[in-house]
Design a protein around this ligand. Sequence first.
Ligand SMILES: O=P(O)(O)OC[C@H]1O[C@H](O[C@H]2O[C@H](CO)[C@@H](O)[C@H](O)[C@H]2O)[C@H](O)[C@@H](O)[C@@H]1O
Length: 372
Amino acid sequence: MTKLNVVMQEEPAVAVAAAAPTRAGSAGANHSRYKKFLSRLDLSSGGGGGKAGSWIESMKVSSPTHVKSAAARAVSSFASHDEQDYDGWMKLHPSALDDFEVLAAASKGKQIVMFLDYDGTLSPIVDDPDRAFMSDEMREAVREVARHFPTAIVSGRCTEKVTSFVELSELYYAGSHGMDIKGPNDGPQHLKAKAQNVLFQPARDFLPMIDEVYKRLVETTKCIPGSRVENNKFCLSVHFRCVDEKKWCLLAEKVRSTITDYPKLRLTHGRKVLEIRPSIKWDKGKALEFLLESLGYDGYNDVFPLYIGDDRTDEDAFKVLQDRGQGFGILVSTIAKETNASFSLREPAEVLKFLRRIVEWKQISMEEECRV
Ligand SMILES: O=P(O)(O)OC[C@H]1O[C@H](O[C@H]2O[C@H](CO)[C@@H](O)[C@H](O)[C@H]2O)[C@H](O)[C@@H](O)[C@@H]1O
């Protein structure tokens, strides 16, 4: 994994503190507030802590005083602001648009299977999670992708919610961070036939517990303006995007004290969101493997999975691809971040361009094959 001047997305201030002394004052304040917030969660110990020690670790890595790796120093020694750091990072994680030909050549003769995260990948990040709609252009691009390649949406949201946003019945959906997998109801015949078998819910036993914790969290956090608890069926999201930073520690404390009573749950985090989920060995990476197997591609060398995502939870899927040496992960990010992805795209608008490009490329390849 590349070690760089790593920052956690949604914490640009930390990066700024490292790179732009002029803004270091407010960045430093932000950073220490965030550290306090994390320590309130006491994530490194049991009682719902789970793997959150790695969360604390990533805070340390993103700290301005963290000693950079040799690679990071080589890349960023000349850097004096964020954009230069990003340019260095881009050399290691090139744009999937600029290097499209490289990516396409690597997939030549192989079956591409497309995996797409939803929030921050297909739809822009907005304050209200209920209004994170994808554009009609994006929907059309995903529809076209699914006409050419088996396609799955892999999201932290519950399957019903993300399906209602995407509105394409020909896709696979792996909601609740991959804990609720459904096959297409519609679409090309070859997908429909295989999809009949696809319905997997490894955390079914947790449903009553998740419901109970949801009610408790709604109650305990209601005094914190802007906070919001989202029931994602097999997991929960506690949003703090609209919470005054001064109240983050209080929110953290309330979440921590609630889930201490549930040692079978663990806490992770995403973009201004705390995520509570069952402590089972299941994540977006496992969901990707499950879907590849369901599609009949297990042990099949000529498959080329592409996974596009923006969040920490997508790293599990990038890691699976890296370990299998198959396909590529593409990270959506405007900042340099530690990642297992090979390529990058800056934002959903670039994802749209990439999806259109890959369809166009596939159509041209098919025409060429017909001519031969
Ligand atoms: O795996 P994803 O599809 O990326 O889902 C992850 C979380 O996404 C949503 O929250 C994020 O997007 C919201 C809308 O733009 C934003 O307000 C929030 O701050 C982000 O964290 C979703 O609401 C969560 O339930 C998902 O876990």
